[in-house]
Design a protein around this ligand. Structure first.
Ligand code: V0V
Ligand code: CO
Length: 149
């Protein structure tokens, strides 16, 4: 079951400058940043709020690490802006299977690694009224660490 907006993915040319915009304009600080070579992105997660399912909602600022990546290609065509939305679920495998069964193209056979150790998959934007849609199951908290949410 999809229980929250996990994040909104925003494509940008310069991650540091975009992070600074969100800090200076809204007072948002970066919660986590990483490079995901498989996806070809350098990203910063800005945590907006916790959610009633124990998760959280973020903005995901994305700079391409190479021009032929998904975000690189999209930026060259469209310029900066909202690239995808991501719904959070406890069960990305099960929800992806359900949605595939409804005739929507799920881009990966098995979920791949996303931000902060999450497991992610994507639905084709052409099957979702023009919206690239991601499904995310957050990584469980590491044993012995206090719950961040
Ligand atoms: C492409 N299209 C989009 C789109 N990207 N429409 C809406 N939103 C987008 N973001 C449209 C595009 O305008 C074309 O429509 C059509 O889809 C085919 O696009 P293309 O430019 O030829 O590109 P493709 O087909 O090579 O790739 C499109 C897909 C690709 C969606 C298959 O971007 C992909 O695999 N995305 C999933 C992975 C991803 O986005 N990773 C980056 C985020 P017309 O012009 O033909 O009408 S990584 C992330 O979110 C992480 C790590 C995380 O959350 O943890
Ligand atoms: Co994402």
């Amino acid at each position: 079951m999809l229980t929250r907006i996990d994040h909104i993915g925003i494509a940008c040319h310069d991650l540091d400058r975009t992070v600074e915009f969100y800090r200076a304009t809204y007072g948002f600080e970066v919660f986590h940043s990483e490079v995901n070579e498989e996806q070809g992105v350098r990203e910063a997660m800005i945590r907006i709020n916790g959610t009633s399912d124990g998760g959280a909602s973020y903005l995901q600022l994305l700079e391409p690490t190479r021009p032929d990546s998904a975000v690189g290609k999209w930026l060259a065509k469209n310029g900066e802006g909202v690239h995808h939305i991501a719904f959070g679920t406890e069960d990305v495998d099960g929800d992806a299977d359900d949605i595939r069964g409804k005739g929507v193209r799920v881009l990966y056979d098995e979920p791949r690694t996303g931000s902060m150790g999450s497991r992610i998959t994507f639905l084709h934007p052409k099957d979702c009224h023009g919206v690239l849609t991601e499904l995310v199951t957050a990584a469980p908290p590491a044993p012995g660490t206090p719950d961040e949410h």
